[in-house]
Design a binder for this molecule. Structure first.
Ligand code: GCV
Length: 671
């Protein structure tokens, strides 16, 4: 018996699939080489069909050409990763044909068919007239913040399954993980924390090469590229030099030699992720150089190996003085990265967090999306629920990601959205995509709360096809992972779909985040970050609340393209859900909703708690209708969520009642 749940790859028998006659013969065809990926695709198809339909299919493989590795080909010939991953499924005379220009496309076709069966849809009907699928985003990546001592920074589901005591562990779970994430379309994974310290700095030395090569092969067998987070100051920390200046010839020579060694020893390695000049990490600023200088130096050397440098834009002053109202952390990404737009070399991708602060449940979209016009860009979201309930509180994040992707950036004159930019469409960029800080660990169910699995599943599905709806994705997850009983499916959907809005209600009114316990980031502490150095303030006094980020304040609102800049700059035009992010307003200010700011704060906190109670009650109705282990796991989390929601409700309401002295119109109990 495995020590992990098989989640959506459980392949349990599907009794409702009546007509299976078309599912006995499969043909894999197209311009691909028959390689490890094809072998894995065949294995998966056999396993899935046998498990779900109790029949043994025949599989014919008709690959016709060479399929060199995607990234390398893209760097040398200008072709696109997403083109090669496209695949089609059709049915001819009782046989199902999956065709693609790459073996990865074939594997995705197999997972598509297995998903169709697992969701008990009629395969014949689905593919009768033939369908083609093309990933929306070239790079669909997971970022692990796993440390080599086995801990996970912001991990809420146990320890790392990659590392124990500074050693890399490779076992059955590793292979299952590769299958699990490939099945939802993930094609890239960074396996170590962006804060690269201690043993992790030695990943690029022969201490770890052998294991990394083995791990890279496993991932490559499922079309997944291996990436490492890099210590920017490696020249100093492991090279014994006294500089990490990107323009220093000695530093460049060290990296040249290092990368030659690393790529020779880990042939499947596709590139590096770098957090520099951020939260105490070293970077080019130390030497008076720009972020572009740092990224380009590494990228120029990595290019020879068909590799890319993903450079994070999370660069801000984390030693701020709360008394200083001019310095604004929200401005930092744009201020630090915009001036060099066009200077980043073509195998550099800037990885940009969805909001200008840090993964709050509600933030505006980073103005770098729409600002940058000549730079490869990638969106970074967080499915690890650091600020969104820590996999205790249920919070299905896909509706939030849909909003982010759909945001109109006005990057050109058209309606270009974030999705258009990161897919490569707006600027015809060569490298782009989406990354999520992942929510997995070695807990039996991988994600702590079983329902948090919907975020892992959903992130992959959405990254592959940004057109999918949140409800569709939730339904697939539930049917494949928990139950195919229609009434169970509907009940769980009714829990997942509103859960983000519920969480926002009891934690983050009108876009004012950060009223959270410092350091751990779980639980309410209204003033926890108010007099701290992190640049995260609500600025509440007895008259009002909010941060003035308009032209009269920090000027952040003006970093957006029009018409967004004018909308955010005006308290009348700014959408309610962000109004306190952009404006300092009196408690008596009347919102678009017709409520005052203070009444809104009271109402959403009471509602948020009440709605959380209703979600928990819905879950209670599933006793005996879902697996006992799943039922107990989620029930236990709901108990903690209700305690948390009640604390948030009472603390926030009491705090603002005491500050403002204004009574709740509805006379509810405030302390
Ligand atoms: C990996 C926030 C988190 C840190 C994280 C950092 C980042 O500050 O609290 O744990 O570090 O973001 O994204 O680099």
């Amino acid at each position: 018996m495995e020590n992990y749940a098989k989640l959506w790859l459980n392949y349990s028998e599907k009794k409702n699939n009546k007509d299976c006659s078309a599912l006995k013969q499969f043909v894999f065809s197209g311009a691909f080489t028959s390689d490890k990926i094809i072998e894995n695709a065949k294995k998966e198809l056999l396993l899935g069909i046998k498990g779900m339909l109790r029949i043994e299919p025949e599989i014919a493989v008709e690959g016709t050409a060479v399929d060199p590795s995607g990234l390398k080909r893209e760097l040398t010939s200008g072709s696109k990763i997403a083109d090669s991953e496209e695949y089609s499924i059709s049915i001819n005379n009782e046989s199902i044909n999956i065709s693609s220009g790459s073996s990865t496309g074939i594997l995705y076709g197999v997972f598509n068919i297995l998903r169709t069966i697992a969701c008990e849809k009629d395969v014949k009907k689905e593919f009768e007239s033939g369908k083609t699928f093309r990933p929306s985003n070239p790079l669909r990546m997971l970022n692990h913040w796993d440390n080599m001592d086995g801990s996970i920074e912001r991990g809420y589901s146990g320890k790392s399954f990659f590392y124990v005591n500074n050693e890399i562990v490779i076992d059955e779970r590793t292979v299952f993980y590769a299958r699990l994430i490939a099945s939802v379309g993930i094609n890239a994974v960074v396996i170590n924390n962006v804060n690269v310290k201690q043993a992790a700095s030695y990943m690029i030395t022969d201490r770890y090469f052998e294991k990394l090569a083995e791990l890279g092969e496993i991932f490559a067998g499922y079309g997944i590229g291996l990436y490492l987070s890099l210590n920017y100051a490696s020249t100093i920390e492991i090279g014994g030099m006294d500089s990490a200046d990107p323009l220093n010839e000695g530093v460049k020579a060290w990296w040249k030699e290092k990368m030659a060694e690393v790529f020779a020893k880990i042939p499947t390695l596709k590139g590096f992720l770098v957090k520099a000049d951020s939260e105490g990490r070293p970077g080019p600023f130390t030497y008076g150089r720009t972020q572009a200088d740092g990224a380009n130096m590494l990228a120029d050397i990595a290019k020879e190996y068909g590799a890319i440098i993903i450079w994070r834009c999370f660069v801000y002053n984390c030693r701020q003085d709360w008394r200083d109202k001019k310095t604004d952390r929200a401005r930092a990404g744009y201020d630090n990265f915009m001036p060099m737009d066009g200077d980043y070399h073509d195998n550099v991708i800037l990885q940009i967090k969805n909001g200008p602060m840090d993964f709050q449940i509600r933030e505006p979209i980073s103005p770098l999306f729409g600002g940058l016009k000549a730079t490869n860009q990638m969106l970074e979201v967080q499915i690890a629920q650091e600020y969104t309930g820590q996999q205790i509180d249920v919070c299905y994040l896909i509706p939030m990601f849909k909003e982010i992707l759909g945001f109109k950036t006005y990057a050109k004159d058209t309606d270009d959205t974030v999705a258009d930019i990161i897919s490569g469409k707006t600027f015809n960029s060569r490298f782009s995509g989406i990354a999520a800080v992942t929510n997995t660990g070695n807990d039996f169910n991988w994600t702590g709360n079983y329902l948090a699995g919907a975020n892992l599943f959903g992130f992959g599905r959405l990254a592959f096809d940004t057109g999918l709806e949140s409800a569709e994705i939730a339904e697939e997850f539930i049917r494949m992972t928990i139950s195919s009983d229609d009434s169970v499916v509907n009940t769980i959907k009714e829990i997942l779909l509103p859960s983000r809005a519920v969480y926002e209600k009891y934690t983050c009114p009108l876009g004012i985040g950060w009223m959270v316990t410092p350091a751990t980031h779980y639980g309410c502490s209204v003033d926890g970050y108010e007099y701290d150095r992190w640049g995260t303030y609500h600025r509440a006094d007895h008259l009002g609340i909010g941060v003035d980020r308009t032209d009269k304040g920090t000027g952040y609102a003006l970093q957006y393209n029009e018409p967004n800049a004018s909308i955010y700059n005006s308290p009348e035009k700014c959408p309610d859900e962000l109004v306190l992010f952009f404006h300092h307003l009196p408690y008596t200010h009347v919102l678009h909703s017709g409520k005052t700011v203070i009444q809104h704060i009271y109402d959403v906190h009471f509602e948020g708690y009440d709605e959380a109670v209703k979600l928990a009650q819905k879950w209670d109705t599933l006793k005996g209708r879902v697996d006992d282990g799943i039922f107990e796991n989620v029930s236990e989390r709901f108990k903690r969520q209700l305690f948390n929601a009640k604390e948030w409700c009472d603390q926030v309401n009491s705090y603002f009642y005491r500050k403002s002295g204004i009574e709740d119109e509805k006379g509810r109990e405030i302390f």
